[in-house]
Design a protein around this ligand. Structure first.
Ligand code: GDP
Ligand code: MG
Length: 163
């Protein structure tokens, strides 16, 4: 069985861009506005000879209770349930948000291995701005740039180290 990696995070942090980078596909919809990717998307990825499955998700708002947002949260919960490893995606440009804290709280109770990716960090691998992400209590933040392909390999090495 290939390991399954789910990408989880609030809207617009770059999950779909990361999905495309990990799968070298254009399957996920990358939006210039929040919340366009409403369904789960599955893709095949490969790191050297190791193959994996990656699930992209819509933005996750665990406390909202109506309509499409609720459906997106449900899809995300299903993706997490199916996953062996979760990559929690955040955005260094907007910084840490209350929504990130809510998602961290949710993920802590899921008993899944979670890796923290701090996206949009092109050219910022040593930036002090990364420091605040330790507050999420999700371990070491992995700076990545999904758009520029930086830090992806080392994130995937960490995600797949048990497989
Ligand atoms: P999602 O809602 O989490 O799936 O986010 P998207 O992948 O749709 O990306 C949201 C926006 O962030 C788009 O305008 C992307 O081009 C942009 N974006 C994604 N990754 C990066 C990155 O590594 N650096 C920068 N500067 N922008 C990014
Ligand atoms: Mg998306």
């Amino acid at each position: 069985m290939k390991p399954v990696i789910a990408l989880v995070g609030r809207p617009n942090v770059g999950k779909s861009t990361l999905f495309n980078r990990m799968t070298k596909s254009r399957d996920a919809i990358v939006a210039d506005f929040a919340g366009l990717t409403r369904d789960r998307h599955y893709g095949d990825g490969r790191l050297g000879s190791r193959e994996f499955i990656v699930i992209d998700t819509g933005g996750f708002e665990p406390d909202s209770s109506t309509g499409i947002v609720k459906e997106m949260a449900k899809q995300t919960r299903q993706a997490v349930a199916e996953a062996d490893v979760v990559i929690f995606v955040t955005d260094v440009r907007t910084g840490l948000s209350g929504q990130d804290q809510d998602i961290a709280r949710y993920l802590r109770q899921c008993n899944k291995r979670v890796l923290l990716a701090v996206n949009k960090a092109e050219g910022m691998s040593d930036s002090p701005l990364l420091g605040e992400f330790y507050e999420l209590g999700m371990g070491e933040p992995h700076p990545v740039s999904a758009a520029h392909g930086q830090g992806i390999r080392s994130l995937l090495e960490a995600a797949l180290e048990d497989f």
